[in-house]
Design a protein around this ligand. Structure first.
Ligand code: CA
Length: 224
């Protein structure tokens, strides 16, 4: 799951980003309204956390611009707790509104609520060969055996499962599993794939992650 934070206060942005990354989300940050709208319309996000008072375009304008193009869920984060502001945000099509300062646990609960509401497709268990992923509980099994993955390994497997049989280049994997500030050192991708492989493939005869030399990986049940 990919989340965009549009927030001009570096401390708040860093605090929220850190918390969400620890939960296994891929997080991008924009520090003004123009960048925020540009990213929001050019990338596929599952949720946008949007500050109201922003340099450039304010949060209302970002939301209006976004709503002309996309229905991405939006959670407003704002120090302005006037009732009319809240009503304005919701009328413009925001999904929720959280007043600063807030506890991270409350933000997380609201984020999870919106994501749960928004995308039933994301909630359905994914199955490929004898691998099963339960996105709600973040539970992975192969041939019925539980496999414990780190947040990054889980995100990588989730990406592979959703693109089974397709050529996944290192660049595409990096773009989708890491955030936009990831420097294109795709060695990191190879290291993460190696770790995932050790848990998911090594104990089993049927390998699912196949290396395509010089390009990337294919996740499927073909013979080596
Ligand atoms: Ca602000």
């Amino acid at each position: 799951m990919r989340i965009l934070i549009v927030e001009d206060e570096p401390k708040t942005a860093a605090y929220v980003r850190k918390g969400l990354v620890e939960q296994g989300y891929v997080v991008d940050v924009a520090s003004d309204g123009f960048d925020g709208l540009h990213l929001a319309t050019g990338t596929s996000y599952d949720l946008i956390l949007l500050d109201v008072m922003l340099p450039g375009l304010d949060g209302w304008a970002v939301l209006q611009g976004l709503r002309r193009q996309q229905p991405t869920p939006v959670l407003f984060l704002s120090a302005r707790d006037e009732v009319e502001d809240r009503v304005k945000g919701l009328k413009l099509g925001a999904d929720d509104y959280l007043v600063k300062p807030f506890a991270f646990s409350e933000l997380l609960a609201r984020v999870q609520n919106i994501l749960r509401r928004g995308s039933t497709q994301r909630e359905q268990a994914l199955r490929f060969a004898d691998v099963e992923v339960d996105p709600l509980r973040r539970r992975v099994t192969r041939a019925g055996n539980r496999i414990d993955l780190t947040a990054k390994e889980y995100a990588l497997l989730d990406y592979f499962m959703r693109h089974a049989g397709e050529m996944c280049s290192r660049t595409l994997i990096a773009e989708n599993v890491w955030d936009m500030n990831f420097d294109s050192d795709t060695n990191v991708v190879d290291v993460a794939v190696r770790r995932l492989r050790a848990k998911l493939d090594d104990p089993y005869a049927q390998k699912l992650i196949h290396t395509i030399r010089g390009v990337g990986y294919v996740f499927d049940a073909r013979a080596e």
